[in-house]
Ligand binder design. Structure first.
Ligand code: DC
Length: 231
């Protein structure tokens, strides 16, 4: 892969895509910290917008209303000492956007082309300003196709469901393993099959299978690739 500069600036932009539970968030945060870059969790942006739509009792099938909502919403991400704050019109909503109920509804927001356009605009603006590690589903394909480095993280579905279960129970949520696995499978399907911004490996992306890798091992592999060009 070439060290292409991102489209309008010479900032280092690192794209990390992959399905739910592939380790993107943990690994991306660590990479960003190691390289002194901003970490951008684009899923948190789709989640925050979903929260606003739910709070406003919007019809989630009403694409026009959702696009208008996206255009009139301010979403900011701020990471300090490993803690991500997600500001939705100024309110930190990080504590409300990871419930299983909300997670199931994000797909209604994420499939709307006009909503994605707004999100992509915002993500490019933040990434181009300072350089960043961006994680999501369409970073290497749509948001930054000319990213300096692109990675596609993947893992066996059983392992991804196990990680999600652990994550949610650690957040104090009462969930069943079986339900979590079903959710992961359904989410894979909606993420991979939507007509815009679908999850797929970007051209030139390096695939990292994290099924049998610890976080440390995955981070090491990626940093080695960025520094030396080999895994
Ligand atoms: O990464 P996550 O699990 O927090 O993402 C939640 C949902 O947001 C995911 O199922 C699909 C959507 N999403 C998206 O469509 N595009 C992105 N770049 C990031 C997330």
């Amino acid at each position: 892969m070439h060290r292409n500069l991102s489209r309008k600036s010479s900032s280092l932009v690192i794209a990390v895509d992959g399905p739910a539970g592939s380790g993107k968030s943990t690994v991306s945060k660590r990479i960003a910290k190691a390289l002194g870059l901003l970490y951008i969790d684009t899923g948190a942006m789709y989640r925050a917008l979903t929260l606003k739509a739910i709070r406003q009792n919007l019809d989630l099938e009403d694409e026009r209303a959702l696009v208008s909502l996206a255009g009139s919403t301010k979403i900011d991400l701020e990471e300090a000492n490993g803690v991500l704050k997600v500001h939705l019109d100024g309110e930190d909503v990080a504590g409300f956007i990871r419930t299983p109920e909300l997670t199931k509804k994000v797909k209604y927001i994420a499939r709307v082309p006009g909503v994605r356009q707004e999100m992509v605009k915002l993500q490019r603006a933040i990434g181009e300003r300072t350089g960043a590690v961006l994680e999501g589903r369409d970073i290497g394909t749509v948001v930054f196709p000319d990213a300096s480095f692109k990675f596609y993280l993947d893992a066996d579905v059983e392992e991804r469901a196990r990680r999600r279960y652990k994550e949610l129970t650690e957040l104090g949520q009462k969930v069943s393993r079986e339900d979590i696995k079903k959710d992961v499978v359904l989410r894979d399907e909606s993420d991979m099959k939507r007509s815009v911004g679908a999850l797929k490996k970007a051209d030139g992306a390096i695939i990292i299978d994290t099924t049998n890798l610890s976080v440390d091992e995955a981070v090491k592999k990626i940093l080695r690739f960025i520094k030396c060009g080999t895994l």
